[in-house]
Design a protein around this ligand. Structure first.
Ligand SMILES: [Zn+2]
Length: 351
């Protein structure tokens, strides 16, 4: 046995002992509850599917607010069997109008993580704007170049500068997990990967440069809008709904300076608490992968007064786990039976 595999075995034995003695919980991550024609990032789940999933969760599991999972991680042995929490990232308006009524119908709690900069924003999130720019059947310049001062982007579309309506229609249901059908999808993937890594101070001018070059003027679609201040205030009075922070600008924290991270985490919390008139206790790292935040982010989230933070690491959380690196499982469009069976197996048997 190599040193690496010995370490893996010890880790697995330790994890299964922690599960047996202290228990485990599953935190689920959703983004949008909406039926959409085009959903390249697979962020949306239809209200019908979500309703089925929540019905199964409320029937087969002990659904608690995510803050309760944070507290239970530190109280080994107190974790009720089959504990699950439901969370939503990004603060799309459909979370209030479609998801919350379904949670109420089944009497289960949920937590919405909001980026304060998106509350009342006249613009869609940058990834939704990219979708409009790349997939509209409008002509784009043959070459797109973006220079942020620190980084450059260049992409040649060639003949794909022209995008006939029938091709756009054919590609409308494409998403990032599928093979790339053509030049517009390649452009989208490259732009998304470029924009995603930028700190907000570079991303905003980069998006402005892209809009200028392409002549695109993305609209704010009712279907893609984010919550406004009045809706956040309404949610904050709902006893079944928890609200949490997600930075001001949906920032990849690991790309930001310490000062910028502090601003994104701390000032976001202050703004949201003013809107909500309640103290926020939970946070979710934007994008949420282990490369998207660092030890400094974790420290600053704790220092801001949060009690725990969620990642997008696909796992269940086990007693004694780090409250500031809580993994979450993305159910996507699973059938309610498949989701219920998977979570039951995971929480009961650890696999
Ligand atoms: Zn997010």
């Amino acid at each position: 046995m190599t040193a690496g595999s010995a370490r893996q075995t010890i880790k697995a034995v330790w994890r299964s002992a922690r599960m047996r003695v202290g228990g485990a919980a599953a935190v689920l991550i959703y983004h949008r509850i909406s039926s959409m024609e085009s959903d390249p990032e697979l962020l949306a789940l239809s209200p019908e599917r979500f309703d089925e999933q929540v019905a199964a969760l409320s029937r087969d599991f002990n659904v608690v607010p995510v803050d309760e999972v944070f507290r239970l991680l530190d109280r080994p042995g107190r974790m009720p069997k089959r504990t699950v929490a439901i969370t939503f990232d990004d603060g799309y308006a459909d979370a209030l109008h479609s998801a919350v009524p379904i949670l109420h119908a089944h009497g289960v709690p949920g937590t919405l993580f909001l980026s304060s900069g998106a509350v009342d924003s006249p613009d869609e999130y940058w990834w939704d704007q990219l979708e409009q720019i790349c997939f509209a059947p409008a002509e784009l310049p043959p070459t797109i170049t973006i220079d942020t001062g620190a980084r450059t982007f260049s992409h040649s579309l060639g003949k794909d500068a022209i995008y006939p309506p029938e091709t756009a229609m054919r590609d409308a249901s494409w998403n990032v997990t599928q093979p790339t059908p053509g030049g517009r999808q390649r452009l989208y993937l490259e732009l998304a990967s470029f924009m995603r890594q930028l700190p907000p101070a570079e991303r905003n001018p980069a998006m402005a440069s892209l809009l200028k070059q392409t002549g695109a003027a993305p609209t704010t679609r009712t279907s893609h809008r984010t919550l406004d201040a009045a809706e956040v205030a309404l949610l904050s009075r709902d006893p079944l709904i928890g609200l949490g922070g997600h930075t001001i600008d949906h920032a990849v924290l690991s790309a930001c300076s310490t000062e910028e991270q502090r601003h994104q985490i701390h000032d976001d919390k202050l703004r949201l608490e003013q809107l909500c008139e309640r103290r926020l206790t939970s946070f979710s790292y934007p994008h949420g992968g282990f490369d998207d935040f660092n030890a400094e982010s974790r420290r600053l989230v704790q220092a801001a007064g949060y009690e725990g933070a969620c990642t997008t690491d696909s796992d269940i959380c086990v007693a004694w786990g780090d409250r500031f690196r809580v993994p979450r499982y993305l159910p996507r469009d699973m059938s309610a039976d498949d989701l219920s069976a998977k979570l039951a197996r995971w929480l009961d048997e650890g696999r």
